[in-house]
Design a protein around this ligand. Structure first.
Ligand code: ADP
Ligand code: MG
Length: 551
């Protein structure tokens, strides 16, 4: 890697109280590329180091004299190593002490090397070089670690979200963490228009670019999307794909660009672009990092897109289900239509007669009033019948409310009254008097019960008995409504198909009544149980939980 060549000259601090020695060291260091600072005591050195660290300027190496008055070199080493902001500074001891214990003491405290005075300048330079080499690879390692940690974090962030905007935000945060650049943006291909849309920028100041679109093939980003190849350009003027160095609107100048495609299942869905690295040129390593990031971002973008498609589909499904429920409701009304015509015709006849009588000449006023009020009573009845039908027929709004199940049974019997009568069905009811209210959507349960009642009527073409019962389960958890008919019954095979959509044995049946009923009862946290044998009638039991279960 070009890490070493690229770096700025090492910053070296000489800590030395002896003026002659100081001069000698300075003269030797003047021979090589480095930046030299001087301190005459440990205190002065520490103050300098701390000030530099606070300003974000790192000193690479300390050439440290051990024999100094007040703070000696050992204490200085200990103080540097104890300070988190200074701890990574490399130290070479310069010492006249030549005993093994003196040298090992300093190394033990954290110094990197030592040199004994007097020394050959070549040896000093060789040792500095060696320490700097180690230092540089340590720095590279630390940096690599930071990048990897950031990469792992990005991966975690982007893959833990199914929200596209969150994914893109996390991506931008990640880039800011890994790469020091002036600007950056993420573009996604718009499937419908075929254009590339700038979706996110690295900093809010670059927000002006958001929403802009370009053609695939246009500029460096367009080229990357079209070719599916990453691009590292450190000198934009020399790149044939580059469009304009300076943005006309903002005056932003691009010098260097690094751009990688976002690819999923061999399809390019967009690109990430970063512009103008702050410290030097873009490297192969920057490219690798951005590519690693792009790989997880592409997966996350894809997931978010699939998820939103799925959510749309679920919404669509919900809508068509609601439509189906409504259609089946209307079909149920349709099946009652003939009898409802009678239901309405009878009061109409009575109204007609009453009005006719009231219009007779020479009628006494109180007699006329009597006929008119008879007509009014019938009109009232008609209004009630129509209202009941409308209540049922209207698509249900609102959620579950505590409801008396017996009143729903009665409502259903009223709606089906004439149909039962014409079908020769005798209704025997046994309704528990003290049922607790059950949390249900009333017209949905009405729909379920009506379906079961109409099925029972249709299973008894030449009449029969319909036994209707409500009761509270022994544990008080369920309200059971049972519908027992004396119709043709069902085979076990028929029973298994009963709740399948479009399963019907009737020439004009929809086969949706029970399928929809099943869904409704399930959403209420309840169940429908069936028992039947051919020729032996059928029993349907609807169980509804007393405690709310509707989600
Ligand atoms: P549809 O009434 O339109 O046929 P359903 O889903 O309401 O649709 O019923 C499906 C089938 O279940 C009916 O066609 C019939 O064969 C059978 N079935 C339902 N209720 C009864 C019953 N009480 N007795 C006998 N068969 C029944
Ligand atoms: Mg039916």
């Amino acid at each position: 890697m070009s890490e070493v060549q690229q770096s700025s000259p090492p910053r070296i601090l000489i800590v030395e109280d002896d003026v002659e020695m100081l001069e000698l060291l300075q003269n030797i260091l003047a021979l090589v590329r480095c930046q030299v600072h001087i301190a005459h005591s440990g205190e002065e050195a520490l103050t300098f180091l701390q000030r530099e660290a606070a300003a974000g300027r790192e000193v690479d190496l300390i050439l440290l004299d051990i024999m100094m008055p007040e703070m000696d070199g050992y204490e200085m080493i200990a103080r540097v190593k104890a300070d988190p902001a200074l701890r990574n500074t490399s130290i070479i001891m310069t010492t006249a002490l030549n005993s093994v214990s003196d040298k090992t003491l300093g190394l033990g405290l954290g110094a990197d090397d030592y040199i004994t005075k007097p020394f050959d300048p070549r040896e000093l330079l060789a040792r500095i070089d060696a320490v700097m080499r180690i230092r540089r690879s340590e720095q590279a390692l630390r940096r690599r670690n930071r990048e990897l940690a950031a990469l792992i974090e990005i991966n975690r962030m982007v893959t833990s979200s199914l929200d596209l905007d969150e994914v893109l935000e996390a991506t931008m945060r990640g880039i800011r963490e890994i790469l020091q650049v002036e600007a950056g943006s993420l573009v996604l291909l718009d499937e419908e228009t075929g254009r590339l849309v700038f979706r996110k920028t690295l900093s809010p100041e670059q927000g002006w670019v958001t929403g802009r679109t370009i053609r695939p093939g246009e500029g460096i980003v367009g080229y990357v999307v079209q070719s599916g190849e990453p691009k590292l350009v450190n000198n934009v003027e020399r790149d044939p794909h580059f469009l304009a160095e300076v943005d006309e609107e903002t005056g932003f100048t691009s010098r260097a660009i690094l751009c990688v495609p976002l690819t999923i299942r061999n399809r390019v869905i967009g690109a990430i672009e970063v512009i103008n690295k702050l410290d030097g040129a873009f490297t192969e390593q920057d490219l690798e990092l951005l590519q690693a990031m792009a790989a997880s971002v592409a997966v996350a973008v894809d997931n978010a897109n699939l998820y939103s498609e799925l959510a749309d589909f679920a919404k669509e499904l919900e809508r068509s289900q609601a439509q189906l429920v409504q259609a089946e409701k209307m079909a149920a009304i349709g099946r009652l239509a003939a009898s409802i015509a009678h239901e309405i015709n009878n009061p109409l006849q009575a109204i007609h007669n009453s009005l006719h009588l009231s219009l007779r000449e020479g009628l006494e006023d109180d007699k006329r009033l009597q006929y008119l009020s008879m007509a009014q009573a019938e009109v009232q009845r008609l209004i009630e019948i129509v209202q009941r039908m409308l209540d049922f027929y209207r698509p249900s709004r609102g959620g579950a409310v505590p409801t008396d199940i017996n009143s729903i049974v009665e409502n259903v019997l009223t709606l089906a009254h004439k149909r039962l009568q014409y079908g020769g069905v005798r209704v025997l009811t046994h309704l528990a008097p003290d049922l607790p209210p059950v949390p249900v959507v009333p017209d949905q349960i009405t729909q379920v019960f009506l379906n079961i009642v109409i099925n029972a009527i249709e299973a008894m073409p030449s009449g029969g008995d319909l036994r209707l019962e409500t009761l509270l389960s022994g544990d008080g958890e369920w309200v059971l409504t049972s519908f027992q008919d004396t119709g043709q019954g069902m085979s076990p095979e028929q029973i298994t198909n009963l709740f399948e959509p479009f399963y019907t044995t009737k020439p004009t049946g929809t086969g949706l009544g029970l399928a929809i009923s099943y869904g409704i009862i399930e959403r209420h946290g309840g169940a429908i149980e069936v028992s039947s044998r051919p020729g032996q009638g059928a029993t349907f039991v609807v169980k509804l939980p007393v405690r709310p279960a509707l989600t």
